[in-house]
Design a protein around this ligand. Sequence first.
Ligand code: ADE
Length: 267
Amino acid sequence: MFSGPFSESIIHRAQERNITSISLHNIRDYTTDRHHVCDDTPYGGGGGMTMKPEPIFRAVETVLTRPAGWSLAPADAYINLPAWESQTPVALPLDTPIILLSPQGRRLDQTMVAELSKHPRLALICGRYEGIDERVHSQLITDEISIGDYVLSGGELAAMVIVDAVTRLLPGALGYALGAHQDSHSPGLGGLLEGPQYTRPPMFRGEEPPAVLLSGHHAQVGQWRHEQALLRTLLRRPDLLHQYPLTQSDRAFLQKHGWEFSLQKSG
Ligand code: ADE
């Protein structure tokens, strides 16, 4: 599942340039039984299967007590791990958030992505099946993150979303100088949406870019972009305006475009 997204584009380049390293670990490799069983029927009955705690604990405790970048040699899978006592907790590095991807977690946004990008290492656990034994929640993970209010078949796609969003914030990951700072939702725009962009040709199917963009007037271009960001945010995500430090002239501009002061709170 991971090989496509991780071997293309920005994530691929970031790994090539040692800006990040990504190690994949198969929880099945950390089972100790002959059939490599990772799930079982839930206590108390009911349908579906629940992921067992031991393979997840063993995987996380093994990986996080080894140097970043370590991964199990194929010949070691299933059997050749050092002795591991399932009842004894293992001390894990405190600088590594252990994050479970689940629809029940905190909903991901750009502020969380920026915070995650500051950690030297992240451990992302992808849940599958219908659920995970509660002791993984109570004793192992430090955070639970959802990528939105919908249900995926497993945490893998959500983990890829986090890896992508975090990687593009790492210094040097994007080719251009300001990089992700000027993206929608990013600090450079104060959490506003980015306004429209144009490139060549100057005339396309009867539509031309606004003259100001071709004027070479940096201050005016900056002002236009700021107003367009306000306008687009007003039209598409007025809720975001509440978190933005609007100036007097921002307010006047927005009111001129239909933003009603009295509606501020409800968006
Ligand atoms: N696993 C299943 N659904 C998910 C979601 N919305 N976010 C993160 N992990 C998930």
